[in-house]
Design a protein around this ligand. Structure first.
Ligand code: BV8
Length: 299
């Protein structure tokens, strides 16, 4: 790590009163979860991005449920890493106004002891379930059951084993599943109709949760003053509006610190108010945040 970059960053960090963290899939890599756009950004022979859409679910809910069943299983098997724990410590400091905006749906920040009042899961969570019926607003939070139905048992185990010890997952055929084998809405069922549940995540083309967006706007536009620093952690910056927060902080005069294994040399020098730290966010965050949070023990 560039010592001068670290010294300059920590000088600013100690003076910062209002800080934002924007988190992407790279923060959870050390916990064993794949990113979307890395080499392992595939599930069986499907591009994960193609499966995270309403159309994919409409066309083949059984396929998409098997994808999310594997992601639920993998996320439950994973543990928060020291990067998650470092942000959690920062979130519990009384003297620092800090929020984490996470694009991740794996629930690891929530499980890391992060103060829930300033954690925004803007793309939802794998562990939220929603009814697909237009006439029903059933939503269930913190459902950690795995598998969700007997028919979903099995494939996620097999894929997790192969994904951990091989570059590419085995392309075993996806099970054909009937709607009746998928998670059912209990409210619709009790009124004699059948509706399947969907994962409570934000798919491409869907709007982000307005309440969270409004609360984040309140933080960004607070009378307490501008945001001094945004930590951009393990994200390719490709998805919007999530990544618009970086420009919004810069427009307020805030500084930017990028934590990524894939970073341009130019961003490492710390020019124009952007510091770059190349490496695993799980290792970098405990080091750079140490002046505020002290030591982060191994989980
Ligand atoms: C919407 C949940 C409108 C599901 C996800 C401009 C404005 C508004 C919208 C758009 C726009 N331009 C385009 C759009 C449309 C679209 C979009 O952004 N498309 C992209 C692909 C161009 N946006 C949307 O559709 C959004 N909705 O705008 O709605 C609207 C308004 C009103 C009414 C109707 C509609 C919704 C987007 C949310 C999609 N859902 N997730 C699920 O997870 O299954 S997105 C999903 O992909 C993640 O949540 C995340 O956001 C994204 C993945 O990005 P990253 O986290 O960055 O991961 P990635 O693999 O790309 O990169 C990993 C990085 O980590 C890499 O840089 C790598 O180098 C680094 N790394 C790897 N290892 C490490 C590391 N770094 C540190 N340490 C390591 N060890």
């Amino acid at each position: 790590m560039n010592k001068q970059t670290l010294a300059e960053f920590q000088e600013h960090l100690k003076k910062s009163r209002r800080i934002v963290a924007l988190v992407g899939a790279g923060l959870s890599v050390s916990s064993g979860l794949p990113t979307f756009r890395g080499a392992e950004g595939l599930w069986k022979n499907f591009n994960m991005i193609d499966l995270a859409t309403p159309d994919a679910f409409y066309i083949d809910p059984g396929l998409v449920w098997q994808f999310y069943s594997w992601r639920r299983y993998s996320a439950l098997a994973a543990k928060p890493n020291r990067g998650h724990l470092a942000l959690a410590k920062l979130s519990n400091l009384p003297q620092t106004n800090f929020i984490t905006i996470t694009q991740n749906v794996d629930g690891l920040s929530a499980r890391s002891g992060h103060n829930s009042d300033n954690l925004y899961e803007i793309h939802g969570s794998l562990f939220t379930l929603k009814c697909t019926s237009f006439m029903c607003n059933y939503i269930e939070y913190n459902n950690f059951k795995a598998p969700l139905t007997p028919a979903l048992r099995g494939t996620e185990h097999e894929f997790l084993k192969s994904s951990l010890d091989s570059e590419s997952p085995e392309f075993s055929p996806v099970k054909q599943m009937k709607d009746s084998e998928l998670p059912q809405c209990p409210v619709c069922k009790s009124s004699g109709t059948q509706s399947i549940l969907r994962p409570g995540v934000v798919w491409f083309g869907e709007s982000l949760p307005m309440q969270e967006l409004n609360e984040i706007d309140d933080f960004l536009e607070s009378e307490e003053g501008p945001v001094d620093l945004i930590l951009v952690i393990g994200t390719s910056g490709t998805v919007y509006p999530a990544n618009s927060y970086v420009d919004r902080v810069r427009l307020q005069g805030g500084k930017v610190a990028i934590f990524n294994t894939d970073i341009d040399e130019s961003e490492i020098e710390g020019k124009d108010g952007v510091w770059g730290f190349k490496g695993d966010a799980a290792e970098l965050l405990p080091v750079v945040l140490e002046p505020l949070i002290g030591e982060v023990k191994q989980p």
